[in-house]
Write a protein that binds this ligand. Sequence first.
Ligand SMILES: [Zn+2]
Length: 238
Amino acid sequence: MEFNDLHPKVVLGIAAHPDDLDFGASGTLARFAAEGADVYYLILTDGSKGTEDRTLTSEQLVEIRENEQRAAVEAIGGKGVAFLGYPDGGLLVTLELKEKIAREIRRVKPDVVITMDPSMLYSARRGFINHPDHRAAGQAALDAVFPLARDHLTFPNLLKEGLEPHKTGTVLLTNFDDANFYVDITDTIDTKQAALRAHASQIADMDGTLGWITKNAEETGAKAGMRYAEAFVRIDIR
Ligand SMILES: [Zn+2]
């Protein structure tokens, strides 16, 4: 599947924490924005636990991370970002969360949703366990895309708010191991780096991290004949 067969007018990225979308998909989000799409981010948690700095309170960290995420969205040419503010580390797949995501989907009407692959539980080969917030975010986002945002009888209060049902055409799941879709980000790798630079509170060794990200994009690209790439599981919803 080619990137060029996707021409979204609106793209919505949905993720657990400020920085998730920028690590996993900001080269692609920047490319969509550069090609004229309105790109929005929806961040589900408040990011209040992501620090080793014991002088910072959670409240201070929330504000820092929201500002970092706003700066990253600006860097990729995005239109805006909304924060649902659930406590970091405790995200649960609830109907309340799904309704809030469905509200945003019905509000911005994305052609493409980018979110985290909830089937990624762990990778023994890579030696990591996927963050439970990432799994919950992906699960709730998929459920909101289908069927909850689509059916008018679901969440009748959304209809009362004037939010009509919406069908999203394509979902891209960030998944490093089982991709079926590669996006050439050679023209936006610099923008991806700029988006990541915005997350200074999360990246202790900025040069090291950007080096690792670039190498990863190069290795991903090598699988698809591209210089730099991001990889996804793509689902076109029929
Ligand atoms: Zn995260």
